[in-house]
Design a protein around this ligand. Structure first.
Ligand code: NDP
Ligand code: MG
Length: 379
């Protein structure tokens, strides 16, 4: 039996993780869950899974939830609550299904308490990749990728030495605006943006997929997870989302992982690694799919992907600025305060005004994040 904690249990990844628990009650037990605003769903999850603790961000929501549930689940609030929810002694693995770099602190806390991490929360690695990976090494914990591309790369690497990797081929669906030009993006609606062709996900990552920032964040995530340089990562647009990514080795053999776009597999692979367990997913029918196609990404129309590579080549604090600026820009966009094409404009603008500094600690990262929040709107 594996005991798990899920931060962000009410979201897309969180609820899909709970589906896997539902299908494997003899293998997985939920000890802690957490959410932000959706206390109705937290209530249902508590009644079904009876976790020891549930962390809710605001104290008002925590008090409202507490009044509705049995006393066998302790409700805790704030960042302190989130940190407590990952470090109960019996927890084996923490699923980081929260959205945004708010996930950094609980991830570090979980590692300090020797918990393995099933990592969905890519913003954490973009903002604090070195810190997280160094700490994981120090504590001997595994960072198991949940992101489908990184799960594919991880699966392709099994049985191979990391020194034998020549290149990572990171596939991208291209999002809802593949093939469009910059002028076309002036007129897109929020509804168009949120209509991803292949995946159903939370709002923030869906917007990131439309700007291609998601692929930029994933390239940085891959750099940290697999200890490669950014030069070794090639982004290829593959609209069918059947090849989830591939690895080219020094002998030019390319190993890819395939499947229908469905997060069940990457989530369960991370939870049960190194074991493979069966599920109810359909078999891949290649002759029904017919064609798998590939093309280069259009960096002129989608500058966010280029910004991510640029931020990493500048290094130091720049990836933190990239990530935070994107989080703020996406939030402003979702609140209808800026247009879709202003997302890259805001990010590029604040990056050009940032003087990179060394970052060595969580406090440094939070300070750069705050600098970004204070500087993003003053164009
Ligand atoms: P969702 O928006 O669906 O869910 C986000 C979760 O985080 C919710 O439980 C939400 O709580 C919680 N949350 C958000 N903000 C806060 C906050 N300030 N404090 C505490 N909790 C908070 O996101 P996804 O599940 O789509 O994505 C989660 C992460 O996984 C992201 O980093 C994303 O990039 C990554 N990912 C997602 C994939 C997907 O298919 N969805 C695929 C690969 C990676 P509440 O709902 O209660 O407000
Ligand atoms: Mg992905």
């Amino acid at each position: 039996m594996k005991n798990i904690s899920i931060i962000g249990s009410t979201g897309s990844i969180g609820t899909q993780t709970l589906n896997i628990v539902r299908l494997n009650p003899d293998k997985l037990k939920v000890l802690a869950i957490s959410g932000n605003s959706n206390i109705d769903l937290l209530e249902k999850q508590i009644l079904e899974f009876n976790p020891k603790i549930c962390a809710v961000m605001s104290s008002e929501n925590a008090a409202r939830l507490k009044a509705r549930i049995p006393s066998s689940t302790r409700i805790i609030s704030g960042m302190q609550g989130l940190l407590e929810s990952v470090c109960l002694p019996e927890i084996d693995i923490v699923v980081t299904a929260i959205s945004g770099m708010i996930g950094l602190q609980p991830t570090l806390e979980a590692i300090k308490h020797n918990k393995d991490i099933a990592l969905a929360n890519k913003e954490t690695l973009v903002a604090g990749g070195r810190l997280v990976m160094d700490l994981a090494k120090k504590h001997g914990v595994s960072i198991l990728p949940v992101d489908s591309e990184h799960s594919a790369i991880f699966q392709a690497m099994q049985g191979n030495l990391s020194s034998a990797v020549r290149k990572i081929i990171l596939t991208a669906s291209g999002g809802p605006f593949r093939g469009k030009k910059r002028e076309d993006l002036l007129r897109v609606s929020l509804e168009d943006v949120l209509k991803h062709p292949n995946w159903s996900m939370g709002e923030k990552i869906t917007v990131d997929s439309a700007t291609l920032m998601n692929k930029g964040l994933e390239a940085i995530e891959a750099k940290w997870l697999f200890d490669v340089s950014m030069d070794q990562i090639e982004v290829v647009v593959h609209p069918q989302s059947i090849i989830h990514s591939a690895v080219e080795f020094v002998d030019h053999s390319v190993i890819a992982q395939m499947g229908y776009p469905d997060m069940t597999l990457p989530i369960q692979y991370a939870l049960f690694y190194p074991e493979r367990i069966s599920n109810h997913n359909p078999s891949l029918d290649l002759s029904a799919i017919g064609n798998l196609t590939f093309e280069k990404p259009d960096l002129n129309t989608f500058p966010c992907l280029g910004f991510a590579f640029e931020a990493m080549s500048i290094g130091k604090s720049m990836p933190i600025v990239l990530n935070k600026a994107n989080e703020i820009a996406v939030e402003l966009y979702l609140k209808n305060r800026i247009g879709f094409i202003e997302i890259p404009e805001l990010i590029g603008n604040v990056m050009s005004r940032h003087t990179p500094i060394d970052v060595g600690s969580l406090e440094d990262i939070l300070a750069v994040s705050e600098w970004t929040a204070n500087n993003i709107r003053s164009n």
